[in-house]
Design a protein around this ligand. Structure first.
Ligand code: B12
Length: 306
């Protein structure tokens, strides 16, 4: 996460410094911290929100009406809007090419500067879809082709994971939101899909337990018994042998007798037909997950209010 001074925020958002200061005084939608020498310091989220406000104004909204809506609701709407826009947002190819060119030989400073700067200026969910996940795919593919050292691949993977976690950790924990467990079952080590799912669920207001890769279902069940989740989301990447597939199906069935279970990831294609009629939901992608989460949240809201 970066902090930005007001002149940079003005540049990044297209708003004048005066307007940014007046909005702070009158509406409090963005309340920057102060550095030791009293300069205003804005977070990436502040910048993304100001850009969103500017877009809303360009479409005829008034700042008064937006202020009444309040920061949290605006942030929520910003994330939703960015998610629905992203359905046809393609990877940021030229940036990805440049980032990849910093990996051999590894130029850590330039790589991180460039990545941080690019991620800072667009809503984080857009950055996830256009930059972070495609970067993970590109660097993973390079390793698979033997064109990048595994140490470099691990370095890039860790940078991506840190970004997802640091933004996720800054989201308020919604104690009363639907409880969602996210993991990759035993033998599954490709983790970024699951992390993206965890981030998305937390950003939508779920109470997320992120359990990472290679988790035996029996241990997931034990934790589930104490958490009693509203949904268990599993990420499947690898193709499995017949025996492994059989075992996985058994495990999923046991899980689904207790809780709602959703599976996604590139490994689901091979077993989708076997899941038909089982009650286990196959969630094709993050847009489908987004709708499922909206549904989960509204059910939870109805339960809390009744
Ligand atoms: C990055 C990568 C790696 C990294 C993993 C880094 C990490 N810690 O996660 C490294 C280099 C370590 C790696 C290693 C291996 N990999 Co690899 N790897 C990839 C690669 C290039 C990208 C996968 C990825 O992370 N994509 C980014 C994520 C975000 O995208 P995604 O997985 O498609 O997920 C999206 C959706 O599917 C969805 N989604 C995912 N999960 C879920 C869950 C839910 C609930 C929902 C709703 C949605 C959802 O959301 C995501 C965003 O759109 C793929 C090839 C490819 N282009 O996909 C191969 C691939 C997955 N790897 C593969 C293999 C075989 C391996 C190895 C076994 C190779 C080996 N011989 O050692 C090892 C095993 C891993 C291990 N033991 O550590 C194979 C799997 C093939 C198969 N059919 O089983 C692939 C397909 C490559 C290939 N073409 O052969 N790999």
């Amino acid at each position: 996460m970066n902090n930005h001074r007001i002149h940079r925020v003005a540049k990044l958002t297209g708003l004048s410094k005066d307007v940014i200061r007046v909005w702070e005084r009158r509406y409090g939608l963005v309340e920057p911290l102060r550095s030791a020498n009293r300069y205003r310091e804005y977070t990436d989220e502040d910048v993304a929100l100001l850009r969103f406000l500017k877009e809303e104004l360009d479409q005829g909204q008034t700042i008064g009406a937006l202020a009444v809506e309040g920061r949290n609701s605006l942030l929520q709407r910003m994330r939703m809007t960015s998610m629905s826009r992203q359905q046809d947002v393609s990877p940021h190819h030229s940036l990805l090419d440049e980032l990849i060119s910093r990996l051999d030989p590894l130029d850590k400073s330039r790589f991180e500067q460039q990545l941080n700067a690019a991620v800072a200026v667009i809503p984080f969910e857009e950055a996830v879809q256009r930059i972070l996940l495609p970067l993970q795919r590109r660097v993973g593919e390079l390793w698979h082709e033997g064109r990048v050292n595994i140490a470099v691949e691990h370095y890039v993977t860790k940078v991506i994971q840190q970004k997802l976690f640091s933004v996720m950790n800054q989201l308020p924990v919604n104690e009363f939101g639907p409880r969602v467990l996210v993991a990759c079952p035993e033998g599954e080590f490709h983790e970024i899909g699951a992390q993206a799912v965890a981030y998305l669920a937390a950003a939508r207001g779920c109470h997320v337990y992120y359990l990472g890769p290679n988790l035996p279902i029996s241990d997931l069940m034990t934790l589930g018994d104490s958490v009693n989740p509203d949904m268990v989301l599993l990420s499947l990447t690898d193709k499995k042998s017949d025996t492994e597939t059989y075992q996985l199906l058994q495990d999923l069935k046991v899980l689904s007798m207790r809780w709602s279970v959703g599976v996604g990831g590139q490994g689901t294609g091979a077993i989708e037909h076997l899941l038909r009629g089982s009650g286990i939901e196959v969630l094709d992608d993050l847009a489908v997950l987004n709708n499922r989460l909206a549904n989960l949240l509204s059910t939870r809201l109805r339960v809390t209010h009744s």
